[in-house]
Ligand binder design. Structure first.
Ligand SMILES: Cc1cc2nc3c(=O)[nH]c(=O)nc-3n(C[C@H](O)[C@H](O)[C@H](O)COP(=O)(O)OP(=O)(O)OC[C@H]3O[C@@H](n4cnc5c(N)ncnc54)[C@H](O)[C@@H]3O)c2cc1C
Length: 408
């Protein structure tokens, strides 16, 4: 059967069944749009199935990034109530742990900066820290409790968003890689092509995470997202070992470090089932997802430095995922200049779980033309991609279509 004879019509096609694609599909479906989501493997087969699920504010820089985080954290609170599937949402806070006095000073300065930006935190001395987390090493200098941080189970959250969107009409296609994009001569999205079908649409949302540049290449644009590998160790069940997620004071430095070298910072998180997740590593290693035992060793040693009792527990699983790294550490959300109907929702690096709901909401607002929840400029693809159609050599001078993608 030819592709043409299989033709279907969608208001919006979303590419990628990770947390970002799922959130886009959810908020677009809520607007009453007919949404198709194409996932080349299965939901959560990318980074969203290989991460910790922390919803943190203190790791975001005050300004646009923090405001994005606050808006998204609010939406997660609503979603935890609204979604049918239990996403194991827990708003028990997180702790930033300082190993020494220098780290503690830096942590307290960070707290002051965050408080000015409206984020609540509580400085802890060494004894207060141990009272809250008795499994920590006895020689920690102190830390800061951020009582409003949360965490959830990212795979359940992705599935819950997809399930809810399906009830609103989402057509979810798994094992369905996007093969091509059809543009009009004026550079407007006309259709997408999979191995089996051609879907006519005027709106395409590229939420393919670390692979989003491949989708960009299909229309001749260069999306500056790189895969940034991260490993996780799953430890056997040890209920009550930790009370809430803990991260070391050097975590934000590891996040901001753009060097090619491996960086490791302690992240420890308990799960509802009683297992403990240990992270976190960052490295640029291409698209290789194989587990590197040297990195696992470095993560384990760092975690044991903070939690000596971990040495008595067994590791039961290890895995690695590819974060979609954006060069300026801000996600890329919005329309691509010069290709009408082509939107990006990518580049969330280590914060895609936290930032998923607001990303989906902003994409829905861009697509429908409704007022935006936040000023979108800081996240706009235009900061990296100028007029895409020039590079495509398409004639955009006399484009008749200048209206909204859904209201041409
Ligand atoms: C170790 C680790 C720990 C992390 N911890 C946290 C955390 O605690 N909190 C947090 O907020 N974030 C965390 N992150 C980051 C978070 O996982 C990512 O930012 C987020 O998952 C990105 O989601 P995504 O949907 O953009 O990408 P992905 O989940 O990678 O999804 C992209 C999807 O696109 C699909 N795809 C690719 N190409 C095509 C194609 N041609 N056609 C169809 N489908 C395609 C892929 O199969 C994939 O399923 C962590 C990441 C790692 C690796």
């Amino acid at each position: 059967m030819s592709a043409q004879s299989n033709s279907r019509v969608a208001d919006v096609v979303v590419i990628g069944g990770g947390i970002i694609g799922a959130a886009c599909a959810y908020y677009l479906s809520k607007e009453g749009l007919k949404v198709y989501l194409l996932e080349r493997g299965f939901p959560c087969s990318g980074a969203s199935g290989a991460c910790e699920g922390l919803i943190l504010l203190w790791d975001k820089a005050p300004g646009p990034e923090l405001e994005l985080g606050k808006a998204s954290a609010r939406l997660w609170r609503q979603l935890a109530e609204e979604l049918d599937l239990d996403i194991e949402y827990d708003r028990g806070g997180s702790i930033l742990v300082a190993e020494d006095e220098t780290g503690l000073k830096a942590t307290k300065e960070k707290l002051q900066e965050l408080e000015r930006a409206g984020v609540q935190g509580l400085a802890l001395d060494a004894l207060e820290l141990l009272e809250l987390e008795p499994s920590l090493a006895r020689d920690m200098a102190g830390g800061v409790l951020f009582p409003n941080d949360a965490h959830l189970e990212p795979r359940r959250a992705t599935l819950a968003l997809l399930q809810a969107a399906k009830r609103m009409g989402l057509a979810l296609r798994t094992s369905a890689p996007l093969m091509g994009i059809v543009l009009s001569r004026q550079g407007r999205v006309e259709a997408v092509q999979t191995a089996e079908t051609r879907l006519a649409t005027h709106v395409l949302v590229n939420a393919a995470g670390a692979w989003s540049p491949e989708i960009g290449k299909m229309v001749g644009i260069s999306i500056p997202v790189l895969p940034r590998k991260g490993h996780i160790i799953v430890m056997e069940k040890a209920p009550l070992f930790i009370q809430r997620p803990l991260l070391e004071a050097g975590y934000t430095a590891s996040l901001a470090n753009d060097s090619l070298d491996l960086s490791v910072a302690m992240v420890v998180k308990g799960t509802r089932s009683g297992t403990i997740l240990l992270g976190s590593s960052r490295q640029f290693a291409g698209f290789d997802k194989t587990v590197d035992l040297g990195v696992i060793n470095a993560i384990a040693l760092r975690a044991i430095r903070f939690f000596p009792k971990l040495i008595d527990l067994k590791a039961i699983r290890t895995y690695a995922g590819l974060r979609p790294y954006s060069p300026d550490h801000l996600p890329i959300i919005g329309p691509v200049p010069g290709i009408e109907g082509f939107y990006l929702a990518t580049g969330h690096e280590g914060a895609g779980i936290c930032l998923a709901p607001i990303t989906g909401q902003l994409i829905a607002q861009w697509v429908t033309g409704k007022p935006m929840d936040l000023p979108p400029e800081s996240f706009h693809p235009g900061r990296f991609i100028q007029r895409a159609c020039q590079s495509l050599s398409l004639n955009t001078e006399n484009t008749p279509h200048s209206g909204h993608p859904l209201n041409p």
